[in-house]
Ligand binder design. Structure first.
Ligand SMILES: [Zn+2]
Length: 329
């Protein structure tokens, strides 16, 4: 039997949880769907990841309004993926003025944002069922990692004071993409990792830098967070739970990349690499949310990287389906 493309058969609504992790930090999670974070200060609110569509973002805004009437001034894009950025215009309508992203993310939006939007809309019909509400690509107003303040660029680390709580934002290294950023509330030890960390959900690596990702995870581990809002999966509370999420992600990334390197060394083709990788991945991860969606994209990228392709190839709606037909049908 052939498998429905990506998440096209995944149409049942998820239960959303909006929970408080510390005095100023909140998590908006939905059973393996893309998460958002919310940091509520005495003056301003920051949202980390904007959801897939303005319609979906309005649900997040409604949850925030149940607990705070402060202005939502800042929206952080942890990376460029459409399911995380295309809801941003709803926050503008709510008064947000700043969209924060890294220089790497800005470059990726320029280079492949359009292709990614089309590809992700086809992959996730449930998340994009209000796609007509998306006005177009989302562009940052503050760019971390550049050196030109006249263009809104901030070198190194950005610290945003929301009133009574400070948020540190920086690019800790390549991983899920080459532009990932995190938000870290040091006083409360809460980390918003975006898709650099997942838990009990597929770790999508189709645009990843697999060899470098584990070192980036170790940089996050060194923060000694007491709570983490991963990109997908429930918020993890307590040091040992944070470690579990980091270990889970690292095991996925390392197992996948090791299999791809073995496949490349043995001169396997992509289909053989997929079968080889399944032997190690299926028994450990086969049960988690969006596993079958992620795996063929992940193996495609891992196989490329193992064969020396440094910059992930751009996924288009057409390339998605060709790859799927050859690996999953
Ligand atoms: Zn992502």
């Amino acid at each position: 039997m052939s498998k429905a493309f990506a998440s096209q058969a995944d149409l049942a609504d998820k239960k959303i949880t909006f929970e408080q992790l510390s005095p100023h930090c909140w998590a908006y999670t939905a059973e393996g769907d893309p998460n958002s974070g919310v940091i509520i200060g005495e003056k301003f609110i920051m949202v980390s990841d904007a959801t897939a569509t303005p319609a979906m973002a309005r649900d997040l805004i409604a949850r925030i309004r149940e607990v705070s009437d402060k202005p939502i001034k800042y929206v952080l894009l942890t990376h460029y993926h459409a399911v995380r950025v295309l809801g941003a215009s709803a926050f503008f309508a709510e008064g947000a003025t700043e969209i924060i992203a890294s220089q790497g993310t800005q470059e990726l939006i320029v280079e492949r944002g359009k292709e990614d939007m089309q590809s992700e809309m086809d992959r996730f019909p449930r998340l994009f069922r209000n796609a007509e509400s998306v006005p177009g690509l989302t562009w940052p107003t503050m760019v971390i990692g550049g050196g030109d303040p006249t263009r809104g660029e901030v070198p190194g680390k950005l610290v945003v004071d929301l009133g009574g709580v400070k948020v540190q934002i920086w690019h800790p290294g390549p991983g899920h993409t080459r532009g990932d950023t995190i938000a870290w509330v040091e006083e409360e030890k809460v980390l918003y990792s975006g898709d650099l960390v997942e838990f009990e959900a597929g770790v999508y690596t189709g645009d990843a830098h697999l060899e470098e990702w584990p070192a980036t995870l170790e940089a996050l581990r060194a923060l000694k967070a007491e709570a983490i809002v991963p990109g997908r999966g429930e918020a993890m509370k307590g040091r040992s739970e944070v470690e579990r999420a980091l270990d889970y992600t690292k095991q996925w990334v390392e197992t996948l990349y090791r299999c791809a390197c073995e496949a490349a060394a043995a001169d396997m083709d992509l289909k053989q690499a997929m079968a080889h990788t399944r032997k190690s991945m299926d028994p450990v991860f086969g049960h988690v949310f969006i596993y079958e969606h992620c795996l063929p994209f992940d193996v495609s990228r891992a196989y490329d990287e193992a064969r020396g392709i440094k910059n992930p190839r751009i996924w288009t709606a057409e390339r998605d389906k060709e790859m799927w037909a050859s690996l999953q049908d």
